[in-house]
Design a protein around this ligand. Structure first.
Ligand code: CP
Length: 320
């Protein structure tokens, strides 16, 4: 018999803390919001009167825009704090910043930060719900949710799928969140990249590890190709870009030789074109990269909606 799951979380800090049932609940909720975003007037009222703050302390195009659109589609009021022109530059702490924002009667804070654990820290300082939009090399939960949503939509299941995550595994919060999500949902996950970008003990997360990209492609239903994160590398971890491309670059030619004909290609963006992924593979018929971006709005609507529902229950209980 199917287990009925009720969303009870006030924050979304990572996929690690979610059960399989909670992930499925989020995906199912996102599916119903996907229908909303396709409407001529893509707006519904559940977050009317709520205020959501985007606090991005690192650059972002997709995630920040997607969260802002998701909030607006749910009729919430949104505010973006540009850290480059905020009082962070005068030395104000993250805690003080958040508590001052909260003094303006906000309901949720969406935070991206270069430090792993910053969203959890914030969730302990404020009463608002906190959503992790990427923290250091730790987690990027909504990216993983939109990735599995896209896989489920295209391939009709996750259980039993073979998914290879290829690239800079060590520095990738996307890899970590995807591994949690995919393994919880029953996919078989392989991680592949240069040995210098492979975290020690990663196999304990239930994944197969290889440094041979052709082996990672063999039999895979989908690949998630990661960006080389030069901004997080403290030293050069591969001899040259040309060598990385030769050994790990995903090209149409390599796919033709080693992959299933209809392998799906995912990438969280932004793409280093012709480094981890060639132009023709990124824009080819099996690339779902832009569909991932489209799905991100529905997935983030689901996250905001479910967190808001829990907040309303907590607030109601506090009144009684
Ligand atoms: N995938 C992703 O996080 O992209 P942005 O950095 O543009 O938000």
């Amino acid at each position: 018999m199917k287990k009925t799951v009720v969303w009870e979380k006030k924050h979304l800090l990572g996929i690690e803390e979610l059960s399989k049932e909670e992930i499925i609940l989020l995906l199912d909720q996102a599916e119903s919001f996907k229908e909303v975003v396709k409407r001529a007037i893509p707006k519904v009222p559940p977050l009317r009167g709520k205020t959501i703050v985007n606090l991005f302390c690192e650059p972002s195009t997709r995630t920040r825009t997607s969260f802002e659109l998701a909030a607006k589609r749910l009729s919430a009021d949104t505010v973006s704090v540009a850290t480059s022109s905020s009082s962070f530059l005068k030395g104000e702490t993250l805690k003080d910043t958040a508590r001052n924002l909260e003094a303006m009667n906000i309901d949720m804070i969406i935070i991206r930060h270069s430090c792993a654990g910053a969203p959890k820290f914030l969730s302990e300082c404020v009463n608002a719900s906190v959503v992790n939009a990427g923290d250091g090399s730790h987690e990027h939960p909504t990216q993983a949710l939109l990735d599995v949503f896209t896989l489920r939509e295209k391939l009709k299941k996750i259980e039993g799928l073979k998914v290879s995550i290829i690239g800079d595994i060590e520095h990738s919060r996307v890899a970590r969140s995807n591994i949690w999500a995919l393994t919880k949902l029953g996919a078989k996950v392989t991680v592949c990249g240069p040995r210098t970008m492979m975290p020690a003990g990663i196999e304990k997360m239930g994944v197969k590890v290889t440094c041979d990209v052709n082996e990672a492609l063999e039999g895979a239903d989908a690949i998630n190709v990661l960006r080389i994160q030069l901004e997080r590398q403290k030293q050069q971890l591969f001899p040259s870009t040309r060598e990385y491309v030769r050994n790990f670059g995903i090209t149409k030619d390599r796919l033709k030789k080693h992959a299933k004909k209809d392998i799906l290609i995912l990438h969280p963006g932004p793409i280093n074109r012709d480094v981890e992924l060639s132009q023709d593979a990124a824009d080819g018929e099996y690339s779902v990269i832009l569909e991932q971006v489209t799905n991100g709005v529905a997935v983030r609507m689901a996250v905001l909606f479910l967190l808001s529902t829990t907040r309303q229950i907590i607030e109601q209980a506090q009144k009684e």
